[in-house]
Design a protein around this ligand. Structure first.
Ligand SMILES: C[S@@+](CC[C@H](N)C(=O)[O-])C[C@H]1O[C@@H](n2cnc3c(N)ncnc32)[C@H](O)[C@@H]1O
Length: 228
């Protein structure tokens, strides 16, 4: 995997996004885009109305295109500018919060989605641990992440991590998530238009001992990261 890291603190990253969004606006996505992602989350036997959290929701386009009948929708973003726009677009209370410290109770979410954002987080260990903590046992996590190093050269965002589908799958598996679907966005025309050369990983949060162990390992990794 290859990383670009121009900023290191959450405060500096937040300021960067606020300034960028004030000057350029947030990145839009379409209803077709949301439908394509949501279709990947269809599953027989799922609760009738699932609690869905969009982590780093940007201007709220995905949430706006997610049907309220099927999903109770929640969103957070590090940038107050993006969160305010997402609130105007969706009418939902959008949290100004980092992925590294999600303001949700343990096991309170059925589906976490994180689209074109995980690669930009300051602390990916902490963010992944938060995904595992807030998602109920048996729930879903879906991420869309880049695999082409071209993103490092062309994307203005200050932090970027790129990896092959195999590398990303291994990264999440090692942290206790079960990857059950890996799709190249170039194979889905609707997604390719918005996010070329990315991978969608659909994952399940385990139940019982495996989940608890993953959670404990993540906490230990976070502790060790802080004490270095
Ligand atoms: C490329 S945008 C993607 C936004 C949205 N998910 C979409 O698909 O349009 C990346 C988003 O990540 C947010 N972000 C960056 N670092 C974050 C962090 N540590 N915690 C939460 N959000 C973060 C930014 O503010 C920005 O809105």
């Amino acid at each position: 995997m290859e990383e670009k890291r121009r900023l290191t603190s959450l405060g500096a990253v937040r300021t960067w996004y606020d300034d960028y969004f004030r000057a350029n606006g947030t990145w839009p996505t379409t209803a077709d885009y949301a439908e394509t992602i949501l279709r990947l989350l269809d599953e027989p036997g799922a609760p009738q109305r699932r609690r869905l959290l969009d982590v780093a929701c940007g201007g709220g386009y995905f949430l706006a295109h997610t049907p309220a009948e099927a999903f109770e929708r929640f969103g957070v973003d590090l940038s107050g500018v993006a969160a305010a726009e997402a609130h105007c677009r969706t009418g939902l209370p959008i949290g100004v919060a980092s992925a590294e410290a999600l303001p949700f109770a343990d096991g309170s979410i059925d589906v976490v989605v994180c689209l074109g954002s995980f690669e930009h987080f300051v602390d990916k260990e902490a963010s992944c641990a938060e995904f595992l903590r807030v998602t109920r046992p048996g729930g879903r996590v879906l991420v869309l992440v880049p695999y082409d190093r071209h993103w490092i050269d062309t994307d203005p965002q200050p932090i970027e991590l790129v990896g092959s589908p195999k590398e990303w799958s291994a990264w999440f598996r090692e942290r206790g998530l079960r990857v059950d679907l890996t799709i190249d966005t170039d194979d889905l025309p609707v997604l390719a238009g918005a996010s070329p050369r990315c991978t969608v990983l659909r994952m399940r949060v385990g139940r019982g001992r495996l989940r608890r162990t993953a959670h404990q390992v993540n906490r230990l990794l976070r502790f060790l990261g802080r004490s270095q």
